[in-house]
Design a protein around this ligand. Structure first.
Ligand code: PAF
Length: 285
């Protein structure tokens, strides 16, 4: 059954009040729409853990770095509602823009530290936009649990830090990245790639996994990063913005896998910026 689409905060709160009175656990899956199997896996996780599930769809202007990117972002509300219908979601919250950013809105949430590197460094203001909208969505939905994909691992840490720092009573749950058979991480950006580029993009994950396994075997990142970048370029990528090894808990840069770590990459293919990351096991001492 298709879930009701709610556009006004007052209507969402009226429904939410009944759930809370009944002692139900509420989960939220924040999205910007253009739903794919990665989002649907978050919905499945939320359904398994919670009595009630809200999926939010809001293309957040504050997190885009260019007006063209915002304008080109796919808006597919009807298709998204159809995709959600088999999952028994309780509400699809598609807030009117003024419900999120009413006239005169003048506040912003900034998370320091985990935003200093990678996406935070390359996309100024992006995480302020994410943290601000997610704080609002957490407060508006009153959810007990929120589900985010590890595909955007840095975003997951930013949102977790923000909720802790602001005492928002919500558990932020990270869910594994969903991949195509090739290993390519699911992303709404993939739909902008040609068939040939999709094949090239599929080569990224095996390169990351090889590098992760060399690091787990005791390899040194400084020695391994050059050859790995050459492999990514040979796969057909036009530009590598970063390939970084960071601690999994706070994203401090590492040269060896001395603790649970992650490898992160951002690279361009056919004018599309792709990001991915994989876990790196700590190397045996
Ligand atoms: O990951 C996304 O789709 C967005 O960054 C989010 C978390 C929905 C905030 O707009």
């Amino acid at each position: 059954m298709t879930a009701p689409i709610i556009r006004r905060l007052a209507d969402l709160r009226a429904i939410h009040r009944n759930w809370i009175r009944a002692g139900e656990v509420v989960g939220v899956v924040p999205t910007m729409g253009a739903l794919h199997a990665g989002h649907l896996s978050l919905v499945e996780a939320a359904k398994a853990a919670c009595d009630r599930v809200i999926v939010t769809i809001f293309v957040n202007p504050k997190q885009f770095n260019s007006p063209e990117d915002l304008a080109n972002y796919p808006r597919t509300e009807h298709a998204d509602a159809d995709k959600l219908s088999p999952y028994g979601v309780d509400v699809i919250y598609v807030p009117d823009p003024e419900e999120v950013y009413p006239s005169g809105f003048a506040s912003s949430v900034t998370v320091a530290g985990v935003t200093d590197v990678m996406e935070g460094a390359k996309r100024p203001g992006h995480f302020d936009g994410v943290a601000t909208v997610v704080a609002k969505l957490f407060l508006q939905t009153g959810a007990h649990q929120a589900f985010f994909g590890e595909k955007d691992y840095q975003q997951l840490l930013v949102v977790r830090r923000m909720a802790r720092d602001l005492d928002i009573p919500i558990e932020v749950i990270g869910c594994p990245t969903v991949r195509e058979a090739s290993g390519l991480a699911m992303s709404s950006r993939n739909m902008r790639l040609s068939d040939a580029a999709l094949v090239q993009a599929g080569k990224l994950h095996p390169i990351l996994m090889r590098l992760a396994s060399d690091l787990a075997a005791g390899g040194n990142f400084d020695d391994l990063v050059g050859p790995a970048k050459a492999d990514i370029a040979a796969a057909g990528f036009d530009e590598i913005e970063y390939l970084s090894l960071c601690a999994a808990d706070d994203l401090r840069p590492l040269n060896n896998a001395v603790c649970p770590a992650r490898l992160f990459v951002a690279a361009w293919l056919e004018g599309v910026r792709l990001i991915d990351n994989v876990a790196v096991e700590p190397a045996a001492k």
